[in-house]
Design a protein around this ligand. Sequence first.
Ligand code: ADP
Ligand code: ADP
Ligand code: ZN
Length: 217
Amino acid sequence: MNIILLGPPGAGKGTQAERLEKTHHMIQLSTGDMLRAAVAAGSEIGLKAKAVMEAGELVSDDIMIGIIADRIMQPDCAAGFILDGFPRTTDQAAALDDIMADKQLKLDAVVEMTVDDEALTERITGRFACAKCGAGYHDRFKQPKTPDTCDACGSSEFTRRDDDNAETVKARLAAYHGSTAQIIPYYREKGILRSVDGMAAIDDVTREIEQVLETLQ
Ligand code: ADP
Ligand code: ADP
Ligand code: ZN
């Protein structure tokens, strides 16, 4: 099974993908994580992407399509993948169709997670993650069970993203509404768009996504 989690920054895509990876043995393909790794490594792509990401704008379609085309070819994707953060433009969506057709892969569903802009800002500015394993947390909505200790790996080191500040969030939401939201009708017309209420509590959103996945099997 191959799906896209589609939604604005802070909608909960990473949070839900982390759960689906465990319950469905699918691989999360987060283009944001891939870009942050490229920036940290100082690779050519990282050097090109750094300032664009800091400004909250979109990295070029050429770079993004190249990254995803390479990643989907890796053998670990054969068991099924969850795209998180890709596609973000209509050109990326069209390129994904070509890549998947080429590899005879099927896109089973696009799960749209809807969340109000005010809630997104609060989610993003309170977001942090385990520095060791990447597990996601929130100051208010998802604190570690034991204070300062990662539930998943026990590490006491956490990080916050440079672009998770109120100023950059505005630009990221503008990019979502201006470019990314345009791909919603594209998938609706294909008959594979499913919407879930991303404003609900984390467990309830998981349950809604599970119900969608059950209809696909
Ligand atoms: P995305 O990957 O879509 O940018 P995340 O999954 O990183 O979003 O979620 C953004 C922040 O909001 C994280 O700190 C996460 O813990 C929190 N969060 C995720 N889903 C919910 C939810 N349904 N209700 C409240 N907070 C949430
Ligand atoms: P979020 O889910 O919180 O919006 P991501 O981690 O998905 O954040 O993305 C972080 C940044 O990486 C984006 O603001 C953008 O600059 C860049 N990026 C990630 N994926 C894409 C993509 N598919 N196309 C263009 N830019 C992207
Ligand atoms: Zn951890």
